[in-house]
Design a binder for this molecule. Structure first.
Ligand SMILES: *[C@@H]1O[C@H](CO)[C@@H](O)[C@H](O)[C@H]1NC(C)=O
Ligand SMILES: *[C@@H]1O[C@H](CO)[C@@H](O)[C@H](O)[C@H]1NC(C)=O
Ligand SMILES: *[C@@H]1O[C@H](CO)[C@@H](O)[C@H](O)[C@H]1NC(C)=O
Ligand SMILES: *[C@@H]1O[C@H](CO)[C@@H](O)[C@H](O)[C@H]1NC(C)=O
Ligand SMILES: *[C@@H]1O[C@H](CO)[C@@H](O)[C@H](O)[C@H]1NC(C)=O
Ligand SMILES: *[C@@H]1O[C@H](CO)[C@@H](O)[C@H](O)[C@H]1NC(C)=O
Ligand SMILES: *[C@@H]1O[C@H](CO)[C@@H](O)[C@H](O)[C@H]1NC(C)=O
Ligand SMILES: *[C@@H]1O[C@H](CO)[C@@H](O)[C@H](O)[C@H]1NC(C)=O
Ligand SMILES: *[C@@H]1O[C@H](CO)[C@@H](O)[C@H](O)[C@H]1NC(C)=O
Ligand SMILES: *[C@@H]1O[C@H](CO)[C@@H](O)[C@H](O)[C@H]1NC(C)=O
Ligand SMILES: *[C@@H]1O[C@H](CO)[C@@H](O)[C@H](O)[C@H]1NC(C)=O
Ligand SMILES: *[C@@H]1O[C@H](CO)[C@@H](O)[C@H](O)[C@H]1NC(C)=O
Length: 697
């Protein structure tokens, strides 16, 4: 296929305002200044050299790469990503729990009919009082349906959801049809202890007006760790040599982005051919989707490629002076409704984005899987589920493991681990750092399969793997970075309490002598966490153990600017000495001249922004003690929280202000919260800057 029609003028405007920092020794002070150019204007249009082959695409629309997948040995079909042929049904196979009896179809239908009547009586009748009790009683009855007639359960759930007015008919279908989440819910119903704690989790996930969210279950710490924490564990001495490490997150590439479509839509993903603003007459567009993206849309190729082109010049790296490595904290796939998703679409995104990272970034990339990097969205199954259910997502782990090995980021040992550990792996890189990635869907609340056996904090074995690798690292005197996607704490709204309680104990056991840093994404925002000793009971300069860095997203969704970050890292301690964050102002995209792409700007240096107020020595690392000192400085000077809040949205014009005391107190509390239990104890409503704050001053 020929290259796309639109060619780009190869005019790159690069503004130098500082000398490019060379990698080298830092003497009396850590590095200051900026690592590369302060501003990078991407060339107009699409660098068609990005891919080797393209499908024809209409003028004014984004080019459509014809991608070959080296693992699947296929070329993805054009209609998979054609903006004008959006699918409305996920064609993938679905899995049900093995029925406990072999009933005829007629007998199965009779079971469903009688159970629906019983459930309606529970919901509408007065024999059981209280929403939580009603919900649990209904689940207990419905469980037999999942055990006797599993394949009929999704349609029954859609019918019940609609008739009870729980949601609109279309939302009921989207939530409970077999091909969306209905088959997954049937597994949950069939296998969970619905009358016990599992039922409370399920009911609170359906609606918090059904059951309150359960708190932390007792954690049996006996025998959890192979060895006690060493009394005088020593960290290695800093080498004084700094290398450059990129942190990129939440690309959310939208290959179905439609230039000129509605970017201010009323529901679903905007900038799509089917996006509508219902407040205006049909056939009209209120805000036309610009070529480079919008606040309510995912990343068009043109924006993603601009970001990737900006990395080299802005970080002062190139082939001859490469990035030491990159951590990619998950999420590749666009935020569309489940009926437009499929395995093939997820595989396309994996192939496309990892391929672009390989082309544009220098040095190895260590990716973690995000909740969008699977299908159905957010669902992963522990191997402990019976029969074929335990391997129902192996297609994905096999695929990404194959790609990571193909790109040269993992060797065969690492790829084998990724196949076994749900995309998680443990590798020692060329500088001697051990990077351990985990699939955080096993603590994400939207992975409904987590509602089976909720009292067990490690159903998947992910944390046993983490402990095993951390113990080996301690024994070998290695330093570790942990890389995941969904953050373990902040306001406590994303993960489940039990696995994050376990994670917090693991971080304490192996910090600060083994674990140097922890990285997440998911929120799309620039946030920070601190993990403390003694389960976070006493949060002070002397108990702060490990920093958790939450990296800004490439996608502007929602109401955010696009961004990425560079760290300067010591090659012996793997502590971070500088963090530089970069952003593109999305509000400028509608008025860009046709001769020019988006501009990425230097946003801030973490040390320069917070170091003076925290009275932090110029030669000390940006470790957990630093971050605790920052929060103490924030308590003394609220304008520092205001700054943090502005940076949280990457300087977006749509970021709400955080000036009142309630917001300030909440932010400081979130920064100090590395688990659900701690985050939930903070004032709620100030976690995200993507819309006006829900809480009031
Ligand atoms: C890839 O697929 C083609 C047919 O599409 C087949 O001829 C070829 O043998 C396959 N290659 C591998 C390595 O399986
Ligand atoms: C794309 O084409 C294939 C083969 O013709 C077809 O099976 C599939 O339904 C089409 N998908 C869409 C989204 O139109
Ligand atoms: C149902 O029938 C299948 C196939 O004959 C058999 O493998 C399975 O064990 C039976 N299940 C039960 C619960 O009897
Ligand atoms: C409960 O009763 C109302 C009114 O009779 C009816 O509309 C609704 O469908 C019933 N709900 C269920 C779940 O049966
Ligand atoms: C019970 O659920 C209904 C329906 O969702 C809701 O309107 C009502 O407020 C709930 N009651 C309580 C006490 O939460
Ligand atoms: C805690 O775990 C240990 C080691 O596995 C086990 O021996 C003990 O019975 C457990 N205690 C409880 C209360 O479950
Ligand atoms: C988006 O549309 C809504 C409803 O028509 C309107 O209230 C809002 O002002 C629009 N936003 C923008 C940025 O145009
Ligand atoms: C893969 O790399 C690891 C270090 O991460 C090393 O221990 C292992 O031996 C390597 N495996 C192979 C097959 O080279
Ligand atoms: C918390 O730690 C600080 C510093 O080590 C100490 O001064 C304080 O007494 C501790 N507070 C509690 C409640 O343990
Ligand atoms: C952070 O660095 C400072 C300065 O080197 C050091 O005193 C402190 O112990 C470090 N904190 C941790 C948790 O390692
Ligand atoms: C935040 O405050 C600044 C200065 O007080 C003001 O210019 C800006 O409009 C405010 N932003 C929002 C989203 O309220
Ligand atoms: C840690 O503290 C939380 C409260 O923040 C508590 O719910 C949890 O049980 C504690 N975990 C352990 C292992 O003590």
């Amino acid at each position: 296929m020929s290259a796309a029609a639109r060619t780009s003028p190869l005019q790159v405007i690069i503004v130098f305002t500082a000398a490019i920092m060379a990698i080298g020794r830092y003497g009396g002070g850590a590095s200051t200044g900026i690592p590369g150019v302060s501003s990078f204007v991407a060339p107009a249009g699409y660098p068609t050299s990005a891919f080797s082959s393209y499908y024809p695409s209409p003028s004014g629309q984004e080019p459509q790469p014809a991608l070959y997948d080296p693992v699947l040995n296929i070329t993805f079909p054009r209609n998979l990503t054609n903006p004008d042929t959006l699918p409305d049904n996920d064609p993938d196979p679905v899995y049900y729990p093995q029925p406990i009896a072999n009933l005829s179809v007629a007998a199965q239908q009779a079971v469903i009919k009688s159970i629906l009547a019983e459930v309606s009586e529970i919901i509408n009748g007065s024999s059981i009082q209280g929403n939580c009790s009603k919900c649990i009683a209904a689940l207990s009855v419905a469980k037999s349906a999942a055990q006797l007639a599993p394949s009929l359960v999704p349609a029954a759930m859609v019918a019940l959801c609609t008739s009870s007015g729980f949601h609109s008919a279309s939302t009921c279908a989207e939530d409970f049809e077999a091909s969306t989440f209905g088959a997954i819910w049937t597994q949950v119903l069939g296998l969970a202890d619905v009358a016990g704690l599992d039922g409370q989790y399920i009911c609170s996930s359906l609606s918090t007006s059904f059951c309150p969210a359960p708190g932390v279950s007792p954690l049996n710490m006996t025998g959890l760790f192979p060895k006690p924490k060493p009394a005088n564990a020593k960290k290695p001495k800093a080498s004084g040599k700094l290398v450059k490490v990129l942190h990129m997150s939440d690309f959310h590439l939208d290959p179905r982005y439609k230039v000129g479509s509605e970017s201010n839509c009323s529901s679903g993903l905007c900038c799509r051919s089917n996006a509508l603003n219902t407040a205006i007459p049909a056939g009209h567009v209120s805000n036309s989707a610009p070529l480079y993206g919008a606040f309510t849309c995912d990343t068009p190729y043109d924006l993603g490629l601009a970001a990737l082109q900006a990395v080299g010049p802005m970080t002062g790296t190139r082939k001859s002076n490469p990035l030491a490595w990159t951590v990619y904290t998950g999420d590749l796939v666009s935020h569309e409704s489940q009926n437009e998703l499929s395995r093939l679409y997820a595989e396309y995104e994996e192939d496309s984005i990892y391929g672009m990272l390989k082309t544009y970034l220098t040095g190895p990339v260590y990716p973690a899987l995000g909740n969008h990097d699977t299908n159905p969205e957010a669902i992963d199954a522990p191997h402990s589920l019976p029969g074929p259910l335990g391997t129902q997502f192996s297609w994905n782990y096999d695929h990404v493991a194959g790609l990571w090995q193909h790109e040269g980021w993992l060797n065969s040992t690492g790829a084998e681990q990724a196949r076994l550990h749900y995309g998680g792996y443990s590798v020692k890189n060329q500088y001697g750092l051990r990077v351990i990635t985990i699939n955080t869907d096993f603590w994400y609340k939207a992975n409904f399969l987590n509602y089976i056996n909720t009292a067990d904090s490690d159903v998947s074995g992910t944390f046993a793997f983490l402990i095993q690798e951390l113990q080996a690292a301690e024994d070998a005197g290695e330093r570790v970075w942990i890389v995941g996607h969904v953050l373990s704490g902040w306001d406590g709204s994303n993960p489940l309490p039990n696995p994050t309680n376990l994670f917090y104990q693991i971080v304490d056991r192996y910090s600060p002598h083994v674990i140097a840093n922890i990285f997440f994404g998911h929120t799309h925002e620039d946030q920070q966490m601190i993990y403390y000793a003694n389960n976070g009971t006493n949060q002070s300069l002397s108990t702060a153990l490990t920093p958790g860095w939450i990296g800004p997203s490439v996608t502007p969704l929602n109401n955010l600017n696009s961004g990425f970050r560079l760290y300067e890292v010591d090659t012996a301690t793997f502590d971070i000495y500088e963090a530089y964050t970069f952003y593109a102002n999305v509000s400028a995209f509608p008025s860009l001249p046709s001769t020019q792409g988006p501009t990425y700007n230097f946003e801030y240096s973490t040390r320069a922004t917070y170091g003076p107020a925290a009275k932090w020595p110029a030669d000390a690392p940006l470790n957990a003690t630093f971050w605790h000192a920052v929060t103490e400085a924030m308590e003394a000077d609220h304008s520092l929280v205001s700054t943090f809040n502005t940076l949280q949205g990457k300087m977006s014009v749509r970021t709400p202000n955080c000036t009142c005391e309630a917001c300030v107190d909440a932010k400081i509390c979130y920064i100090r919260s590395g688990s659900v239990a701690l985050g939930r104890a903070c004032p709620q409503g100030w976690g995200s800057v993507q819309s006006p704050y829900k809480a009031k001053c």
